[in-house]
Design a protein around this ligand. Structure first.
Ligand SMILES: [Zn+2]
Length: 260
């Protein structure tokens, strides 16, 4: 008993309980949750890894926080029309990658702030899907990367998701209304953040790059905007090759990997 007490006192921080949700013995993830601001974000940031995780047996779910209604160039297009297109595109892209389910939280595109409502809604998703691994945006502005990555909605979702992972998803005293709705506390083990410039964890996507490219093609409203055509394949191949060189893979995606 004394030993146990001593161990507890010297333990530096709370740990997941033994029976919570450790990765299976083979080191593979069983449940993965991607939390992203807009339709197409998970494919751009982590599509190759999502496909790989799914192929390795993980049940992968996306949470898409906004409705994507500002992802267009025509101010006259009805929001309802663009929203429907983007949901359809996101579901099709997820299917290409083997992602089982897409949850849409329906927040207005471009209007996100890291507030308690957003955090609570993400806690609800984490408690519902019980992921071992959460993949989400960088929780802050990266000044040495292209501006597009630091979209204010991305920053809001990154920060709200980090706060949802720790401490709120695991804390039974946080958002107690969720308990009444049946959402029990859950401990997430890891967070991966797509990080093209400073990632320190590389996933070999040589076998899933084609799926990533095919999934991106499903986002026709984004990759083929009239007057803004761009060669997504070429751009993604080059970026994946450049990242792969750092890790000795033909193609790779890079992440900041955080053990919770
Ligand atoms: Zn986005």
């Amino acid at each position: 008993m004394a030993t146990k007490k001593t161990q507890r006192k010297t333990a530096p921080r709370p740990r997941a309980s033994a029976n919570s949700n450790a990765n299976s013995k083979d080191g593979k993830f069983r449940r993965v949750l991607g939390v992203f601001a807009h339709p197409d974000d998970p494919e751009f940031g982590a599509g190759g890894s999502m496909a790989k995780l799914a192929a390795d047996g993980a049940n992968v779910t996306y949470v898409i926080v906004t409705d994507g209604s500002q992802g267009g160039e025509d101010p006259k297009q009805k929001d309802s029309e663009l929203k429907a297109i983007r949901m359809k595109e996101q579901r099709a892209a997820a299917k290409v990658l083997g992602v089982k389910k897409v949850e849409f939280l329906g927040y207005k595109d471009g209007h996100l702030a890291h507030d308690l409502k957003l955090r609570r809604d993400i806690v609800r998703m984490i408690r519902k899907h019980k992921p071992e691994l959460v993949i989400t945006h960088i929780p802050g502005r990266v000044l040495d990367a292209p501006m597009g990555g630091s979209h204010p909605d991305h920053i809001a979702v990154g920060e709200a998701t980090m706060a949802a992972v720790y401490p709120d998803s695991r804390n039974p005293r946080a958002f107690r209304g969720l308990l009444k709705q049946g959402f029990q506390p859950h401990v997430v083990n890891e967070v991966w953040i797509p990080y093209w410039t400073l990632g320190d964890y590389y996933v070999d996507i040589s076998k899933t790059l084609d799926k990533k490219l095919a999934a991106l093609k499903e986002h026709q409203s984004q990759v083929a905007k009239p007057g803004m055509e761009w060669d997504v394949d070429k751009w993604i191949r080059k970026r994946s090759r450049d990242i792969g060189k750092k890790a000795g893979y033909r193609y790779a995606e890079s992440f900041k990997r955080i053990k919770v």
